[in-house]
Design a binder for this molecule. Sequence first.
Ligand SMILES: *Cc1c(COP(=O)(O)O)cnc(C)c1O
Length: 409
Amino acid sequence: MAIGGNSNSNVTRSAAPAVLGGRAAFSEPVYITRPLIPEEAEFQARLRAIFASHWLTNDGPMVRALEAALQTQLGVAHCKVLCNGTTALQVALRALDLEGEVITTPFTFPATVHAIEWNGLTPVFCDVDPETYNLDVAHAAALAGAATCALVPVHVFGNPCDGAGIAALAARRGLKVVYDAAHVYGVEQDGEAVCQWGDLSVLSFHATKLFHTCEGGAIIAAEPGLVERIALLRNFGIVSHAEVRGVGLNGKLSELHAAVGLGVLAAVDGEIRARAQLVGRYRELLEDVPGLRMQKWSPATKRNHAYFTLEVDEREFGMSRDVLHDALRAENIFVRRYFHPLCSENESYRNLASARPQNLPNATRLARRILCLPLHGGIGLADVERIAERVTLLQSRAPEVRRAIETSA
Ligand SMILES: *Cc1c(COP(=O)(O)O)cnc(C)c1O
């Protein structure tokens, strides 16, 4: 049954959970994700080519090949790669010459908000939809004022935002839109790449992301003038030996990182197919468990299965997300609380008026409830079945599990 490695199970049906004295479901940790690795011979050949050329960075042939390959693969006109997703966000915001307030979501990775702050802009936190977990466009419209210059929505867990609603709001109020598209590699809506929405979209190619270059990121832009600004900004603003334009930075991706990306690119479609199978099994086994809910997706979305998340309703499920988290960790199942704490709870932002939890009821609830389960091609269907079996077993003994975790805390 297993399509991947992990066959290190100890489990027997209806054994006791580890927190109640049973053996852990897995003898080795099952991690939340596992980076794709380039095929070795192909990678060696690329390394030899780099070393033979002595061209290690500065818009070299590997970076150009990666940009061209990504443009083809994603079906976008222009893709500029950078050294990481956070720098790419900073450069994207800088390229639009913004001033004032930027409406964004607190239910995201800290980099989204940090990039706004690093540009001298003021983040304004907007609540999210309780089912898609993405920016609540009606709330964003209510928050938009004279000082608002842009929206930075996030396609959280690869689920496309309400793109039409966001575009309409931006048009009505004259706002720029920069999507944090870190999770959305390969995702399509009605047959169109989601990472080309907005004025700019920013991808992360960190090793934990579905497609990666170890460290890396990219900006997708449609307008040629913006593409040119981004190319300048990522290279100090250097136009020529005689001219530097604008306050640039060093956002370049090295040839070695680009070579990793070209290798990973060849493996990513297979990974998405493997994950799709695992997600299908997770859903079958967990969708009827009382107190567990799943993120809402449009049927028009072609998904990338970057993440598999559950929303845990403490009352119905019998224990909180945090108790379930601890009990699964005891089984050697490395689940994660994405995104907890909320960015609006960060000490740098919590004094903003928009950061008050009463303004962000859905995000506040989701930060307490969402749990991310292991999902990558290195695990198989048997592993997913074992993980789901542990979740249901834990629930069936919820009061004891809760007591065990609470007394050990
Ligand atoms: C990973 C991530 C980033 C940051 O990307 P890096 O490449 O790690 O700098 C930004 N936003 C979101 C939503 C992310 O998940």
